[in-house]
Write a protein that binds this ligand. Sequence first.
Ligand code: SF4
Length: 409
Amino acid sequence: MDVSEWQTDRKQTRQIMVGNVAVGGGAPVTVQSMTITKTADVDGTLQQIYALAAAGCDIVRCTCNEAAAAEGLAQIVPRSPIPVIADIHHQYKMALAAMEAGVHGLRLNPGNIRKPEHIKAVASEARDRGIPIRIGVNAGSLDPALYDKYGGPTPEAMVESAIREMAYFHEVDFDQMKISVKASSVPLMVEAYRQLSAVTDVPLHLGVTEAGPPPAGLIKATAGIATLLLEGIGDTIRYSLTADPVEEARAGRQLLEALGLRERKNVDLIACPSCGRAEVDVIDVATRAMAAFGERQLPLQVAVMGCVVNGPGEAREADIGIAAGNKRGHLFVKGRNIAVVPESEMVEALVEWAEFINEHGTEAAIAKADTALAEREAAKDRSALLDTQGADVNHSSEKIVEIRKTISS
Ligand code: SF4
């Protein structure tokens, strides 16, 4: 299937607005995260929200678990650069207080606000104020009656929990909702979302709950969220990591960019895995390059390659790249050598050229460079390396001979 085909082959959901951000109905898939400060700490929470927004977060959630948190929200919401959702558990009055504070959305857990009159009171108020609500089902906190009915947190139990909550909302003519059916088990959440998507056109918020610390948490969350997105399911996502929430926002953004669901905003750094031919510590250079690019919004693919013998060719699609050779850094643009710098300056040079390309384009960079000189110098270092290392530094042909012997013996 052509990439653009599966991008448009997404499940058509209804659209709701969370503040000024559209969710569902063909809107770009959005990234959410949650602050980990006390919501009553207004300055601390706002600092975290600004960091999240810079990392690609579109919508932020803050807990509203006590009166002081609701009061904090009243000061946070007007100063937040992105819409704010209040997270509500157990106390329906906190939902009413958060709406009073001006939040752009609510998240209710149907497993722990169970009285129909409380649910309907919140939905009626949200309807009158035009505030959307997420029905946030969690496999770990379902209504005990559903555990009994299904014998555990099954996909069917989770879907029924969401549908029951929706029915209460409909009784008071409220339909500005989105739903999540999260679980810490990837297969369970994937199946629950599939079943839910088959029976409703309400926008879906995807997540693997309590995914844990990176890197395992990142892998779990990506496995669940990416599987569903590639099936066309999901309108907004959250990585639930045991880490600085900025990492959640960054991961969400990077996943959407990798899947072609959002336009690239930051550098896509690719790096070779290194091998016997590497002339530098590729991990170190790639890490330093990543830190040097930081949050600079350069929508470019940047390559860090271990050697000038193969690097420029292997990464010829990159907008800009660097390859090491003979204690020098060889810069290349779309596979063309453009400059050579001392190894100690290669990261700085990479950032400088990336900024130039971001402003003027790759053609202008090639035109500005002395490509003949750069290519000559690269050829010199390439042949010096081939002379010292030989053409088969990874000993591949010796291994092939051994493999053949093993098979034929
Ligand atoms: S051949 Fe060079 S560019 Fe390719 S993996 Fe080895 S060091 Fe990296």
